[in-house]
Design a protein around this ligand. Structure first.
Ligand code: IPM
Ligand code: MN
Length: 352
């Protein structure tokens, strides 16, 4: 009998619902072709719900989402809600509550996609960032004193646990092995200044590395990583780093792979419920205009199928994206694709 996967769909805010629609169209086409079923349940978590109810996530949200095999997310972020409320209350809350300790962000330049890096092509830009996703500066540790006075003090602490760091590093090595490309893991840190946090990272990194004699190791400070990503992106295969550095370098990564329109990611709990999303945000100014690029969401759907074990279907979607990008699209940018959002979805469906 054909397998059925229970997917929680969270379209979210802004252009999230539009790109999620196209993602689902493609997922359904793949399901039909590769003979599995998707049982989709929609959740309205996001800015509009918050404005209507005053609640970011209902009390049963985590329990409800946990009943699913995976979560497919559009975008969180609403122009009428103060920055931070939805991001912390929904996106970060779910990453933490579901212990999605890896944020996996491939940086792949597809043929015919424009990169701002002069002289670099698809052979040069093909790596993956493994970002720790539940610790570091994101945990909200710290506090303020004497707020609003000239003596105000603000402290924001980076929490790094041996367990959290080690499981992230181990994931990166396993991934490099599975990827089977350059077979190299680069630790991105700041050992010259953050001598507590990245000392722990560095020791854990080289200890774990001993278990992977087939994988080469490398180290780069985060500032240098930014430089090498522009100058010599071909040096990278798998980069492992902490939460904040991973956040920052993956925006740079998205730019060199053609922009937010094509950058997908997965919030992974290898033994739990993972959440897949386009990494670009809700882009509210494009909402409802049928101009936003759905390929990042479609790519997130592809990563989701890969994680669910539907490897062939995932490969078919990847090939379809490559084909549509190479043969049809003029640009990855909103409004400049040569097609509308829905039409790009249709092209990928046809190619699948
Ligand atoms: C991302 C985003 C989030 C992050 C924000 C919206 C909290 O920038 O997924 O990269 O910083 O992780
Ligand atoms: Mn980010």
């Amino acid at each position: 009998m054909a397998k059925t996967y229970k997917i929680a769909v969270m379209p979210g805010d802004g252009t999230g619902p539009e790109v999620v629609n196209e993602g689902i169209k493609v997922l359904q086409a793949a399901a039909k072709k590769f003979d599995f079923n998707l049982e989709l349940t929609h959740f309205d978590y996001g800015g509009d719900r918050y404005l209507a109810t005053g609640e970011v996530l209902p009390a049963n949200a985590v329990a409800e989402l946990s009943k699913h095999d995976a979560i497919f997310l559009g975008a969180i972020g609403h122009p009428k809600v103060k920055p931070g409320i939805l991001e912390k209350g929904i996106l970060l809350a779910l990453r933490f509550a579901l212990d999605q300790y890896i944020n996996l962000r491939p940086v792949i330049l597809y043929p015919n996609v424009e990169t701002p890096l002069k002289g670099k092509g698809p052979a040069d830009i093909d790596f993956v960032v493994v970002r720790e996703n539940t610790e570091g500066l994101y945990v909200g540790a710290g506090g303020v004193l004497k707020k609003g006075t000239p003596d105000e003090v603000a402290i924001q602490e980076s929490i790094n646990t041996r367990k959290g760091v080690e499981r992230c590093i181990r994931f990166a090595f396993d991934f490099a092995r599975k990827r089977n490309k350059r077979k190299k893991v680069t630790l991105c840190g700041k050992t010259n200044v953050l001598t507590f946090a990245f000392d722990l990272w560095e020791r854990a990194f080289y200890e774990v590395a001993k278990e992977y004699p087939d994988i080469a190791t490398d180290y780069a400070h985060v500032d240098a990583t930014c430089m090498w990503m522009v100058k010599n992106p071909e040096w990278f295969d798998v980069i492992v780093t902490d939460n904040l550095f991973g956040d920052i370098i993956t925006d740079l990564g998205a730019m060199i792979q053609g922009g937010m329109g094509i950058a997908a990611g997965g919030n992974i709990n290898p033994v739990g419920v993972s959440m897949f999303e386009p990494i670009g945000g809700s882009a509210p100014k494009y909402t409802g205009k049928n101009v936003i690029n759905p390929l990042a969401a479609i790519g997130a759907g592809q990563m989701m199928l890969d994680y669910l074990g539907e490897t062939k279907a995932a490969q078919a979607i990847e090939l379809a994206i490559r084909k549509v990008v190479a043969e049809k699209m003029q640009s990855m940018s909103a409004g400049k694709m040569g097609y509308g959002t829905k039409e790009v979805g249709d092209l990928v469906v046809a190619a699948v």
